[in-house]
Design a protein around this ligand. Sequence first.
Ligand code: SF4
Ligand code: SF4
Ligand code: SF4
Length: 318
Amino acid sequence: MATKTQTQKEPEKKILSVKDQGFWSRLAHRRIRLLRLSVQISSFIILNAGIFGVARTFIPLPISQPTGAPFSIVWGGFEAIEYALTNSILPFFALGVFMISAVLVGRAGCGWVCPMGLYQRSVGAIPTKKAKISKPDNKDLNGIGGFLMALFLLLAFGIGFMNLTNLGNAFIRMPYTPFDPSATLFGSIFYYSKFGNSPPGVGMDFIGDVFSLYTFMFIFRIVIFFLVTLLVMYVPQGYCRWFCPTGALMGYFSKNSILGISRDPVRCTNCGDCETACPMGVPILDYSHKKVTDSMCTNCGDCIDACNYNAINFSLNF
Ligand code: SF4
Ligand code: SF4
Ligand code: SF4
C-alpha cells in the first residue's frame, strides 16, 4: 500500500509577508535594520567627538565625512585624496585605507558608518511615493558617480601640478567640496549660522572677505543640498547610488570583498522581496548565489531582513 508521503503531498506552509506577521516576527525581520541604525547613530557621535573635546586626527575613512565639519575628528577619504593631490603629494595613505577596507568589508562603511548615509536614510523614511527606477537605468546613472570621481581627482591633480594651492582656498585644496551636500549639511550651514558672511579660518578665508561671492557660494551649496534632499525623498539613497564620488571609488575596490551577501539556492524561491527591499536597487537575483558582486552593494543587510525564507545572509568569501 502506498504510504501517505508517496500519494499525497503535504500542503505547502503558507509564508506570510512581513507586514502580515506578528509583532515579534516583524521585529525579527527588522533586526539588522535596527542594529544598523544604532551603529550609524553611534558612529555619527564618535566621528564628531570634537564636541567632547577629542582632538582632530588625520585618519582618513572611506566615508563622506567633511573635514570642515566643526567637530569632526577624522577626514573623509575622498577629501583626503583631493587634499594630497592638490598639494602635489601622492595619496598612498588614503588610497590604501580605501583599498584595504573595501577588500575586507566592501562598502560596509557606506551602509553602517557614513553620516551622509544616515541623513539619506532619515529623509528616505519620510512617507512619499518612491520613484520606480528600472535596473538598467539604475546601473547607467551609477556611472555619474564614477565620472564625478574621475573629474574631481583630475582637477585636484591639475591644481597640484600647477601648484595653485598657495591661494589658500579650501575650495581649491578640495575641489569637490562646494558640490558636496555632506559638507554643506555638516559644515557650511553651521559656519554660516554662527559667523554669517565672515567665517574665520575655516578654509574659506580666500573669499571670506568678498561678501557677495561668499554668499553666492553659500546659496549655490544650499541649492545643491536641497536638490539632493529632494532626490533622496523619492529615491532611497539616491545620492549614494548615483553621485557620491566616495561611494564610486569604493565600488571599484569592493567587488571582490571578503564580506559579502550570498543566497542559499535551495531555500531561495526567487520571490524578489530582497531586491524590493534593497535601498541601492541592487539586482540581487542577477548575480550568482555565491556572492552579490555589485559595486553598489553596501553590505547593509536590508535584503536579509526582508527574506521570509532565511535564504540570504552575510558570507565570507576567501
Ligand atoms: S555613497 Fe553614500 S554612504 Fe557611501 S560615502 Fe557616499 S554618501 Fe556616504
Ligand atoms: S533570497 Fe529570499 S527574498 Fe530573495 S528572492 Fe530568494 S527567497 Fe526571495
Ligand atoms: S544587496 Fe543587500 S546588502 Fe547589498 S545594498 Fe542591497 S540590501 Fe544592502
